[in-house]
Design a protein around this ligand. Structure first.
Ligand SMILES: [Zn+2]
Length: 1156
């Protein structure tokens, strides 16, 4: 380095004195022994003078290619002369003060940090180090340190920490030297090992001697001291040290003092730094306890309240709020057990299954909270837990869920079951053998398929291996009361259905005053007394009270598939575990999609903070809390308190879900959702009724046991509300409702049993506020547009009535569910044109399209999309006819009727996610999956593998509608593991349908699609049907629960109209797909198809850039400064933050419904 030539060209007359001087300096450095001290002093002194007076000289030294910095550093290394050293340090200080990070970057890259640290250590060894030298050195180090990634380690290894600490000890009153010392300490402390080491050297205590109450003097110094302290307190050991020395009350007192005196808010940053220290101490349990003991909640609550009106003080309010939330004592969820209220005895309980685990706990074990929720922070804080921080930085964010085993990505050729076993499914494919000899094509009247004498649905298949069972239904004592209903003969439909408390009559002209107060409170089915006899209006009241007559809105014209009377009939054949006897009005009246737009809700600034402060007030002013239980499914007789001072709740109807309601304040309720049956979690879906409301008052509702770490409720989604008053006055509809909506982590602890084994987790609150418009209304709230099993049955019956002579429609019962409900299977295609051989042959050989939906009960949107598909398939449009002529559709519209009926969010009665059972479905526990898979296996066995398989789902974390498909190549590309896979041959046909949909359906987004096969999805319908059945175009179609952020519906929440449209556009896309996949048609329609072809070719080219891995959340981290996902130990830890953004590393992610 010493030999480096000045790069300036010698030939050019150099006007630059500084370059000449640097040349001299370089020559002096080159001498073996530095003899001429005076010369060096002179040269460096001149350089310093030039630099101080002429900006351009600084530039000259720092220009690209100049070796000036090397020369200067080399001089600093070589000299022992204090005067020279000070000259050079001053030069460096001048050089690095301006020019921003670039100049410092050059300095660091030339090894400057090490030179400075060595000099620091060397000087520190001298008995009386020069104060001026130490001042200059520390100022420089404070500048350079933050830009050097390895600075913390370098400083420690050089032994520089002690030099600074000693200097600090000796100069606590010397503010001139103290400031750079503290600045350097702050840089040291950013390394966690250093922080521990400095704490041991007593720096925490030293800093506490520097910081103090309000004073206008030395505020810069104070700020640096506080920031250094905060950095040190990130170490648990230092935090404990601070607690032991009672610094928490001191810090609170100092904060209050500044809060009181800093009336003009000049020193907001100092106040924030004090809070920063408290925030870090309260990361440990002892710190939180100390904070509570010191009355920290009240102190920060009152200071924050005073700060709230001043917007510039937001950082203080936000940090205070964060601390208070962290320290808020964990509460117990107000439940006796987190297990579902309802238990369903399974025909057999697999030892390794979730139900065995659920009920294997010895009686008396509390599953709501952990025995000791205090486990965090009790481990001894050693340096080891921070020692390997550098390694952690190398943590690879790569997702290990992507399937890398090529064998698992290749189709499995072997037929898994003997054909003899599959032959029994032949009966579901009569269309393959139908010869229509009895069919009278002349009169165009279907005889074998007339609506009047439609063939009875097939009895469910009895698989020889299955245990004969009388049906678990009968064995459930809870349901015995309902038996008579089940066996009752169907009612005659023409007479009004008489209900317990009201009669329903279709009399729009009726002028009767509606006695809604009583009449609307319940819609009970006739038959024996309700199972919940004590609930609401019972039979005994009937005598005294005149029956109210309920006017049913006439929606026949608007809702061709809806008929209230028929709905009641359907409900009677629906078997629920709780034995519901009530019917919810929305399902009874039906839903007419509103004509107005429903934009996503714009979030009001600070709404989450306001809600959290209201929650904190519960602790501060406990006397204000009503805490009155108003609805409780856990109690046998389910008291509905009616003292006129609180809302009435009800959820005891099909698809209902609400376990408990507690009045917290006059107009605020905490709500607890029920787990899926035979499970202790999966709560997200809700559907309940509210009555006895006051008009014009904002009611706040908090669902307090949500599980997911984030929700679309933070991104514009509103809840759905249905007003019976509105329905009766002509607007029967669900509308997006609620304001002040947000979703955040709360203080209800979640036991490790329900948190995947992790202790110290909390639930989340979803809060919304509603102002009711009508007196004596009955309103319903739901997570998404409800779609019950009874609704499906009604729709299917209505659809079958739409048959024309051109339509071949058949409804079979695929099997019976565990709960004793039929699982419908539909076959839709076009009738053959005639009985001629050619026509029959064309009819039988149409490619099969297999569709299914609603395996996840909480994803009701999937049913609405399916409704759109089915309506299109049954419609009389030429497109629909053309589509029917192209394919045979096999549709299982509801794969999980039991889950839907019982208000589950994700599972079936077996307590399992049915879309994780496709690899080895159990005929007993997962009959719908078992038989659906068998149908597909049968098709493959007879050489009729479907052209397309699509399972409709809903997605709660993303916007738009999109698809997941399967591609070996795109999976392998994601992993970049196997380079030999480049020669993999793969047909790109799987991309065609999504591409077509993106052109046809406004809600569909191609950019959100993915064709990656994940390990965690290996037992889903999509992957199994692709790999085992061999369907290349095997998809999951995900519809948003929230809304769209692209296309025609950008900024709007999704409604049933859009969902149904999606379903019908799916059909149109299939028609286009048919044209593309049929060689004959290709020849006939080549002009039209040229465009499409070129599109596809284009896709083929683009495919080198495969889709991104879609499990990432598409929402940016929420920007409101209160970090609602902050676990006490996580905040501000960059590694953890990164981990947080990668959902795959989030253990919670595994049981969230964003997975298909
Ligand atoms: Zn799903």
């Amino acid at each position: 380095m010493n030999k480096t030539k000045m790069t300036t060209e010698k030939g050019i007359p150099s006007s630059s004195r500084v370059l000449m001087l640097l040349g001299q300096l370089e020559r002096l450095n080159g001498e073996a022994v530095v003899t001429d001290t005076e010369a060096i002093r002179q040269v460096t002194g001149k350089i310093l003078h030039l630099i101080q007076t002429q900006e351009k000289t600084r530039k000259e030294i720092m220009t690209k290619g100049s070796s000036g910095m090397e020369v200067i550093l080399s001089s600093l290394e070589n000299t022992r002369d204090l005067h020279t050293i000070l000259n050079i340090l001053c030069i460096l200080n001048e050089l690095l003060t301006v020019g921003g990070g670039r100049r410092i970057g050059v300095f660091v890259s030339k090894g400057g940090t090490a030179v400075l640290l060595q000099l620091l250590v060397h000087s520190g060894r001298e008995p009386t180090p020069s104060e001026e030298l130490m001042l200059q050195l520390h100022s420089l180090v404070a500048k350079v340190g933050p830009k050097d990634r390895k600075f913390g380690i370098k400083a420690r290894l050089n032994g520089a920490l002690n030099v600074t600490v000693n200097l600090l000890k000796q100069n606590l009153q010397n503010h001139k030297l103290l400031l750079p010392c503290l600045q350097v300490l702050r840089v040291y402390s950013s390394n966690s090992v250093n922080a521990v080491s400095l704490g041991k050297s007593g720096v925490v205590e030293l800093l506490f001697r520097v910081i103090g109450p309000y004073s206008k003097k030395n505020t810069t110094l104070l700020k640096v001291a506080l920031d250094t302290l905060a950095a040190l307190l990130k170490s648990k050991m230092n935090a404990r040290r601070a607690v032991d020395r009672a610094y928490v009350p001191s810090l609170l007192a100092i904060f209050q003092d500044w809060h009181r005196n800093d009336t003009r808010h000049r020193h907001m940053l100092i106040r924030k730094s004090i809070l920063g220290c408290i925030k870090n101490i309260t990361n440990i349990k002892l710190g939180r306890k100390a904070f509570i003991d010191a009355d920290g909640m009240k102190i920060l609550y009152s200071t924050s309240t005073e700060c709230l009106p001043v917007r510039t003080l937001d950082p203080l309010v936000n940090t205070s709020s964060l601390i208070m939330r962290k320290c808020f004592p964990k509460n117990r969820l107000p439940l006796p057990t987190i297990k579902c209220v309802f238990h369903y005895p399974l025909p057999h309980v697999p030892a390794s299954g979730p139900v065995a685990q659920l009920y294997s706990q010895p009686p008396g074990v509390d599953d709501v909270v952990d025995e000791s929720d205090d486990n965090e922070d009790t481990e001894v804080d050693t340096e080891n837990d921070t020692e390997n921080e550098e390694d952690e930085k190398d943590y690879k964010g790569q997702n290990d869920d992507i399937e890398t085993d090529l064998n698992k990505l290749r189709p499995r050729q072997v037929l898994s079951r003997p054909f003899e076993e599959l032959r029994v499914y032949e009966r579901f494919f009569k269309e393959f053998s139908e010869d229509f000899q009895e069919y009278d094509f002349e009169s165009s009247r279907p005889t074998s398929h007339s609506a009047a004498n439609a063939p009875k649905p097939h009895r469910s298949i009895i698989i020889p291996t299955a245990q004969p069972t009388a049906g678990p239904w009968a064995e459930n004592p809870r349901n015995q009361a309902l038996q008579p209903i089940k066996d009752e003969p169907p009612q005659i439909k023409d007479t009004p259905v008489s209900l317990d408390s009201i009669s329903v009559s279709k009399a729009p002209e009726s002028k009767l005053e509606l006695e809604l107060v009583q009449g609307l409170s319940q819609l009970l089915m006739d038959g024996p007394e309700s199972v919940n006899g004590g609930c609401g209006i019972g039979g005994s009241q009937e005598d005294g009270v005149e029956q109210a007559v309920l006017e049913v809105p006439d929606t026949a014209a608007l809702l061709p598939l809806h008929d209230p009377d028929m709905y009641l009939e359907m409900v009677k054949g629906t078997h629920s575990v709780p034995g519901y006897t009530e019917v919810a009005y929305p399902d009874y009246f039906g839903h007419v999609a509103p004509n107005f737009r429903e934009p996503m809700l714009e979030r009001v600034y600070g709404v989450q903070r306001t809600k959290i402060f209201q929650d904190i007030e519960r602790l501060i002013h406990p006397a204000d809390i009503v805490d009155k239980l108003v609805y409780d499914l856990d109690m046998q007789r389910c008291p509905v308190i009616d003292d006129g001072d609180c809302l009435k709740f009800n959820s005891q109807f099909e698809s209902g879900n609400l376990r408990k309601a507690i009045q917290v304040r006059k107009f605020e309720y905490d709500l607890v959702l029920n787990s899926d049956i035979n499970s202790n979690h999966y709560h997200q879906w809700f559907y309940f009724e509210v009555s006895s409301m006051r008009v014009g008052v904002p009611y706040r509702f908090n669902i307090i046991n949500c599980e997911k770490s984030n929700s679309q409720f933070n991104y514009g989604m509103q809840v759905l509300m249905y007003s019976v008053q509105d329905a009766i006055s002509g607007s029967p509809r669900w509308v997006r409702t609620g304001y002040d909506i947000c979703y955040y982590k709360n203080h209800f602890s979640r036991s490790s049993i329900a948190a995947g084994g992790q202790k110290g987790k909390s639930y989340y609150t979803m809060t919304f506020t509603v102002t009711f418009r009508h007196k004596d209304d009955v309103c319903y709230f739901a997570y998404h547009y409800p779609y019950t099993y009874s609704t499906l049955k009604m729709h299917l019956q209505k659809l079958s009535g739409l048959r024309t002579p051109q339509i071949y429609y058949r409804q079979d019962q695929l099997c019976e569910t565990l709960g004793g409900n039929g699982c419908p299977l539909l076959t839709i295609t076009a009738m053959p044109e005639s009985t001629s051989n050619d026509h029959i042959c064309q009819f039988r050989n149409r490619p099969v399209v297999f569709l299914s939906a609603r395996v996840h009960p909480g994803e009701t949107n999937a049913s609405w999309v399916m409704k759109g598909t089915l309506e299109f398939l049954m419609s009389s449009s030429p497109l629909a006819q053309s589509l029917r002529e192209s394919y045979i559709f096999k549709v299982v519209p509801m794969l999980n009727p039991d889950g839907v009926i019982n208000g589950n969010h994700r599972c079936s009665l077996s307590g399992e996610d049915l879309n994780r059972q496709w690899l080895i479905p159990s005929v007993e526990l997962h009959p719908t999956i078992y038989h659906t898979k068998s149908l597909l296996q049968y098709l493959t066995a007879i050489g009729r593998t479907p052209l397309v398989f699509c399972d409709y789902h809903g997605h709660s974390r993303k916007k738009n509608v999109f698809m997941y498909g399967c591609s070996i190549k795109e999976t392998v590309w994601q992993t970049s593991v196997n380079t030999s896979s480049c020669d993999l041959q793969e047909d790109l046909g799987y991309r065609t349908l999504p591409k077509l949909l993106s052109q046809l359906a406004p809600a569909f987004s191609l950019a959100s699609c993915s064709f990656v096969v994940e390990r965690s999805k290996e037992s889903t319908a999509r992957v199994v049907v692709w790999r085992e059945i061999g369907v290349q175009r095997s998809y999951t179609m995900e519809s948003t629960l929230c809304g769209c952020d692209q296309g025609k519906y950008k900024g709007l929440q999704i409604g049933t109209r859009e969902l149904e449209e999606m379903g019908s556009q799916f059909c149109v896309a299939l028609l286009r797909l048919r044209r593309l996949t049929s060689p004959l048609e290709l020849r006939n329609h080549h002009t039209h198809l040229l465009d499409m072809e070129s599109d596809l070719i284009e896709t083929r080219c683009n495919v080198t850039c495969p889709t991104t891995y879609v499990m990432q959340e598409d929402e940016p981290t929420f920007l409101e400064e209160v970090d609602y996902s902050a676990e006490s130990d996580e905040e501000n830890d960059p590694d953890l933050e990164a981990a947080h953004q990668d959902p795959s590393s989030d253990p919670e992610f595994n049981h969230q419904d964003s997975l298909t």
